[in-house]
Write a protein that binds this ligand. Structure first.
Ligand code: HEC
Length: 707
């Protein structure tokens, strides 16, 4: 299908860059902070993970002429979190279920699509569709599937070259899955997994990019004393755990940020939260629980531990070091420093020395934080506030579980020296008292967790421009609601970001002034990217509301109903004139259905509520749909009658994202149905019709929740 062949794909990229001076590529320094040029070859642009483009054709002066060049409809998709790569005239990206798309970067025409159909092969590991993108090296595209397989595809044809399992085939890893983008590092491809909330053990695995042969694996948390024997990093980590943590669960999964430092031949991995969340359940009596909530530096060739920096010792609040880790060179106190910059979910902004993993300055607060007054520069440890570890049973904490900053990429412009961070503000209640489990709360492994909107600014978000040298905010823009997209900074002096409300915006990188916007017709959670071909700069973004938002549905429902709006890839250029068909607008009304004949028992409702945790990640907490990744079941005709509801649960609709629930008994299905019907009646303002209590056994959740 391609008309020109320019030698190896990598060489073609270099050629483009060399022969198109008109594009105005501004220089950058080497060894980090240099950003991306005509091509966008890794999930955050270049190896530095800075989501920064050196292209400078689109500027504050001309951005008002930016228009849609083309768009591509993606009818099979729901939640789109990936940022496309641009290599040799082709855009590559993944859909929610790790399908890979290759699209002509000039025309928007689909070249090929690869569908791993994970649901056919591993129905047991099938969960909601979220995938954060693909990696590229030397003519190959790499994607990680939900069940942990890593696939290598021929970039030209989409043909599967090899497929390897990145998750150990043992029962204790049954809840691990892969949602992140792999990274390539000089002939190797590396991927981690998700599943820490259910106690899953974290690790990363490196494969030979040519053959798929496993080269090494690093566990982020210790195993049993037997497993740890002889491994210095795991033995050291094990000294920070108590009890039989290898049985109770550990967490520490690596599902997003990984940064390859070619100069040092190191990979920096962002390790997720500890799980179970309640530290007393996983490591009774104390311990920092290494290496959860940490950045860990590994030797890229051997996978051996080099250093770690723990952002949250003994994490108790789902705080994760998973957001993107940006490599740069900064001048601190007059000295050039090679640094890593990080805005984890806990709300602080960290600048670490790449060599040592030590702080180079005192972390600042990017949002409202109540769990710590600050970070002690000398020890690197947080100064925690009293009563935040639910010592008295419950704690209200900011940032909450979606974090100050989550997977939505932050970007760094070496030109302005600022980091552009998508910040959300929502608090969380953590409670050991199960009576706190209201309908907008979830019980995650014995701890009740619920979003809180009560401080000024809660339920809103900001785009924060942060000065990493002074550790201060330079400017900020406030958005109407949380869960907006990642950012792109460009050498043209612009910052791009999509919002939950469906706007794609461009700001002046120095002042934060909004200079341009486009109505995308649907909420955006992905980050944009930029590339150039034949002297023309393009900006692309995937539009697909969703992600983990359903678990936070009481805060995040902004009215994008399941299936109502088309998912798309949008590409912009100066002078672009294409138009999008009109989409249905946001709709906050719930069109709940009711069967007046149905009698519902209180006991069934209570049991069904516990069981509904198995549905939460897709249908919302308390069946309060948030538009994605599943429909609002209060409106579903299929869910109205018990028989059609039961049939849907038994059979699933796997190709559309609805799993099979073979483990549910008839009693449990009736209980789930009763709870759902009661929730629908609540919307309609109807009282539940009384029915005699059944003596059905209390529901027991056999599968923990993964999200
Ligand atoms: C991994 C995500 C996921 C989970 C978990 C999940 N569902 Fe679904 N479900 C979906 C999706 C996606 C659809 C829509 C499929 C389609 O487009 O036809 C759906 C559809 C349904 C429907 C049919 C709705 C309609 O009118 O078409 C019912 C009923 C349903 N789910 C019930 C449940 C229940 C009950 C649970 C928990 C036991 C559950 N689902 C868990 C993703 C999920």
């Amino acid at each position: 299908m391609r008309t020109v062949h320019l030698g190896t794909l990598a060489a073609a990229g270099a050629l483009l860059l060399a022969t198109v001076p008109a594009i105005g590529v501004s220089g950058g320094d080497s060894g980090g902070g240099e950003g991306s040029g005509a091509e966008w070859t890794s999930p955050h642009g270049a190896a530095d993970e800075a989501s920064y483009s050196r292209l400078a054709q689109i500027t504050p002066a001309n951005v008002r002429k930016l228009g849609l060049a083309w768009s591509l409809d993606l009818p099979d998709e729901v939640a789109l979190e990936a940022t496309p790569l641009a290599v040799d005239g082709t855009l590559y990206f993944s859909g929610g279920y790790a399908e890979v798309y290759a699209v002509d970067a000039v025309t928007g025409k689909l070249r090929w699509k690869f569908d791993p159909k994970t649901w056919e092969r591993r129905p047991d590991r099938f969960t909601f569709g979220a995938n954060r993108g693909v990696a590229y090296e030397d003519g190959r595209i790499f994607v990680a599937e939900m069940d942990g397989r890593v696939d290598a595809l021929d970039a030209r044809t989409g043909k599967l070259l090899w497929s390897a399992d990145s998750i150990p085939n043992e029962p204790r890893y049954q809840f691990n899955n892969s949602t992140g983008a792999p990274r390539t590092m000089n002939g190797k491809v590396i991927i981690g997994g998700a599943g820490a909330d259910a106690g899953g053990r974290g690790f990363v695995t490196a494969f030979d990019a040519r053959t798929g042969k496993q080269l090494w694996r690093f566990f982020t948390v210790p195993g049993s004393p037997e497993d740890n024997k002889g491994d210095a990093a795991l033995e050291a980590a094990a000294r920070t755990w108590n009890g039989e943590y290898w049985k109770s669960g550990t967490g520490g999964t690596v599902w997003n940020g990984m940064t390859f430092d070619a100069e040092a031949d190191r990979i920096y991995i962002g390790v997720g939260n500890a799980g179970p969340y309640d530290p007393e359940r996983r490591s009774p009596g104390g311990g920092d629980n290494l290496y959860t909530s940490s950045i860990v530096a590994l030797d890229a060739s051997t996978g051996k531990y080099v250093w770690h920096y723990q952002e949250n010792p003994r994490d108790a609040w789902d705080y994760k070091a998973t957001p993107n880790i940006v490599m740069a060179r900064l001048t601190i106190d007059g000295k050039p420093r090679k640094v890593l910059m990080h805005a984890p979910t806990n709300g602080f902004f960290y600048v670490l020395d790449r060599e040592t993993g030590k702080l180079v300055n005192t972390p600042g607060k990017t949002t409202f934080i109540n769990w710590a007054s600050g970070i002690d520069f000398a020890t690197g440890r947080p100064i925690e506030n009293p009563d935040i570890r639910y010592e008295n049973g419950r704690t209200e904490i900011w940032p909450g579980t979606i974090g100050g900053h989550n997977f939505q990429a932050m970007s760094y412009s070496p030109q302005t020296g600022l980091v552009y961070i998508p910040i959300h503000q929502v608090g969380a209640l953590f409670s050991r008292n199960l009576a706190d489990q209201t309908d907008d709360a979830v019980n995650i492994m014995g701890l009740v967790v619920k979003p809180l909107v009560k401080q000024p600014g809660d339920g809103k978000a900001t785009l924060v421009a942060w000065n990493p040298v002074t550790q201060q905010e330079a400017w900020k823009v406030t958005h109407d609601t949380v869960w907006n997209g990642g950012t792109l900074a460009t050498a043209g002096g612009l910052v791009f970001q999509g919002t939950a409300m469906g706007r794609f915006n461009a700001y002046d990188a120095r002042s934060g002034k909004e200079l341009w916007h486009f109505d995308a017709g649907l909420g955006i959670i992905a980050a944009p990217m930029s590339y150039s071909i034949k002297g023309k700069q393009y900006v692309s973004i995937l539009v697909g509301w969703g992600g983990t938002s359903a678990a936070m549905s009481s805060v995040l429902d902004v009215g994008w109903k399941y299936g109502a709006q088309t998912r798309r890839l949008l590409t912009f250029a100066l002078g672009g004139k294409a138009r999008l068909p009109k989409e249905p607008g946001r709709d906050m009304q719930v069109y709940a259905l009711d069967d007046p004949e149905l009698a519902i028992s209180e006991a069934d409702v209570a049991a069904g509520k516990q069981l509904s945790l198995a549905c939460m990640s897709c249908h919302g907490a308390g069946f309060r749909g948030a538009g994605a990744p599943g429909p609002d079941l209060r409106e579903s005709g299929i869910a109205l009658k018990l028989d059609t509801f039961a049939q849907m649960l038994r059979e699933g609709r796997m190709e559309k994202g609805m799993p099979q629930f073979k483990w549910l008994s008839d009693d449990q299905i009736r209980q789930l149905h009763a709870y759902l019907r009661a929730r629908a009646r609540e919307v309609l303002g109807l009282r539940q019709a009384a029915a005699p209590a059944t003596d059905a056994p209390a529901a027991k959740l056999e599968r923990p929740v993964t999200y």
